[in-house]
Design a protein around this ligand. Sequence first.
Ligand SMILES: [Zn+2]
Length: 362
Amino acid sequence: MQYDNHELKAALNADRTILRASQEVSAEAAYAKLVAETKSVYVGYDAKQKTAYDQTLPAISQEQVRDISIGYGLSQFNLLDKNGNGKLEKSELDARLSDAKAGRNPISGLPPTMEVELLKSLNERRPYLRALHKGGSWWNLNMIDPDEVTKEDLSAASTEVKQLRRIYDNQPLLPGVKPDKDLSTLPQGVPELFEAAGVEVKLTDQPVSKALAHHIDRSFVIAISQALYNPSSKEIVLERRDRTSKARSHEVGHAIDDALVPGAAFFSESAEFAKAVNQDLEAQKGRNIDFEHELPTLHTFVQSALLRGKLNESASKELFAEIYQSGDTNLAEGLRKYFPATGALIDKTLASRGIGRKPQTW
Ligand SMILES: [Zn+2]
């Protein structure tokens, strides 16, 4: 879906909502977070922004819908249980589904588009939710096709969600570190983009590799990182005294690449980006460019990809970040020379979003 800037902000807010909801430890808290965040972002939205937000929310949260539906079922049990028998029958879930589809009796803070997905998930998983609580054979219960789900079934599922959430990797890398509020040194438009998408800059007193050493099992890259952007928690981790380095604007570049597109996707994964890269690679053929000599500070991922004449997903991300960064001018300008179509596409995209490259105050 193509959004204008006004709608993109709302779509990015949906990203942020799902991220924050997914970082809650329980299904109930995740549902409550979703509702609370939605209420707060709706303030000041016009109809177009509400639509963009409502459509993005279920589209980007497919993995979370299952968990959040448990929280929804528990929180809205009395509303769903129309006949008050303490069980949610299929007919009751279906009745609420047609209400949600028609936008009837909306629940404050819960977009009907999202409620539709939550109800579908609950309905599909009825046999499983029953079996989980009964501890019996899934097959036997499934054959009987139990019609209803009880509050106890949902509570049992909620316990399972809590166990799963402990091993999720979207928890913050540095939960105790407050995000840096002073984003004013970032290039033009970037603070606003980060605010909308929920990207946080966290500063450490130690070198980043040291400050994150306890997360080494999450990614080996941490051991050698001077700075880091973690897409699953949307944290940029920088060493405090290192605020002006190339590494800083490189990581900011990764976060922008991520935030330019709602959901988990990056702009550098888009078809238009691949098209520009291929056009540039095609033009390089037969020129025998010695990249090691021409661009000695180029990221090793990109360098080896150029040797092969093909960029994979991580090399594309590095290319975006290296063309974006402004700390190593020789490298950024050199890359633009060899990737003119890619450079132009990045410039055009950033300009259309009002995003600058050069830091505002250094
Ligand atoms: Zn990188």
